[in-house]
Ligand binder design. Structure first.
Ligand code: ATR
Length: 292
């Protein structure tokens, strides 16, 4: 096979967002492609804030097969797709698009963030969710994106706590039937009295980015329980330090990042990569960056 033929057979994907310069998705997908021997070229697609759709359509018209979508376009990505998976419908947001032809039904929108989070907790961290009590902090896109799959893991209870309670209530209302179908008690709360001693505490707020520290008290933690921040690197550090100081098992969002990527890769390519070596490589990179 000639080099030109190989290039012709390579399918293109990208992470679309603004900003995207620091995204680790290209490195993750390059490792997946190498491991699974898939001819995939995955890059970055910086989209102007006012022309996400046009930029993405031009990318697809140029022959690309799909895209991951990140801040701030996950809602627009959901809106513009012809078809949506049930978990994208629950989230009302998409982080993955597959550019299927009109004849095949048109673009498919999925949201792999939640299943990525659940896999990281239950498989990578080895912490069960079934029958456990879960507190999810925040009612922005990050939390809305993961609530459906969290419920699907059948914890006994999920409390969605947010500074602005109305926003938590709106997301809870949208998931009410889903929770009932899975036998999960679901309620919204404020940050002042969300409840105590949760088995799993998940931070989906932007509080640490805003310099606001941890938005709940340590009574929310159970000793030995899991406290996970969906961010990684310096943004996650205040929450993780706080969790460790209060006897919880602390975990950042790097595993979730790799797992959601693997799920997108599987949707596009029909093959699921082994995430463990990729997470280990990424962990080493991030630790080295933080040491400097
Ligand atoms: P994303 O889509 O990334 O989740 P977002 O929609 O801006 O981002 O949501 C950010 C979340 O962090 C919100 O739940 C926000 O609370 P409000 O809904 O009350 O705005 C939460 N947040 C941001 N700064 C916070 C702070 N200092 N303390 C508590 N919560 C905070």
């Amino acid at each position: 096979m000639t080099a030109a033929m190989t290039a012709d057979m390579t399918d293109r994907y990208a992470v679309a967002g603004n900003p995207v310069a620091h995204s680790r998705s290209p490195a993750i997908h390059a490792m997946f492609a190498q491991q699974t021997h898939q001819a995939v070229d995955y890059g970055r697609l910086l989209c102007p804030l006012d022309s996400f759709t046009a930029t993405l359509r031009a990318f697809a018209d140029g022959g690309a097969k799909g895209a991951n979508v990140t801040v701030p376009f996950k809602f627009e990505a959901f809106a513009l797709a012809a078809r949506r998976t049930p978990r994208a419908e629950l989230a009302q947001a998409a982080n993955t698009l597959r550019f299927d032809a009109e004849a095949d039904g048109g673009w498919l929108a999925d949201n792999t963030d939640g299943v990525g989070l659940v896999r990281d907790i239950t498989v990578n961290a080895g912490v069960p969710l079934a029958g456990q009590r879960v507190l999810l902090l925040g009612a922005g896109g990050a939390s809305a994106g993961v609530l459906g799959p969290l419920i699907e893991a059948r914890p006994s209870e999920v409390v969605l706590a947010n500074r602005t309670v109305d926003k938590a209530e709106a997301i809870v209302a949208r998931h009410r039937q889903w929770a009932a179908d899975h036998g999960v008690v679901l309620r919204a709360a404020g940050l002042d009295a969300p409840g105590e001693a949760f088995d799993v505490l998940i931070n989906g707020t932007a509080a640490s980015l805003a310099g606001g520290g941890v938005p709940v008290g340590p009574q929310t933690l159970r000793t030995g329980g899991l406290a996970l921040d969906m961010m990684y690197g310096p943004a996650a550090r205040p929450f993780l330090d706080w969790a460790r100081a209060h006897g919880a098992q602390a975990r950042d969002g790097l595993g979730m990042l790799v797992e959601q990527a693997a799920e997108s890769f599987a949707l596009w390519r029909g093959v699921r990569p082994d995430t463990a070596p990729v997470l280990a490589a990424l962990r080493a990179e991030v630790d080295a960056a933080q040491a400097h």
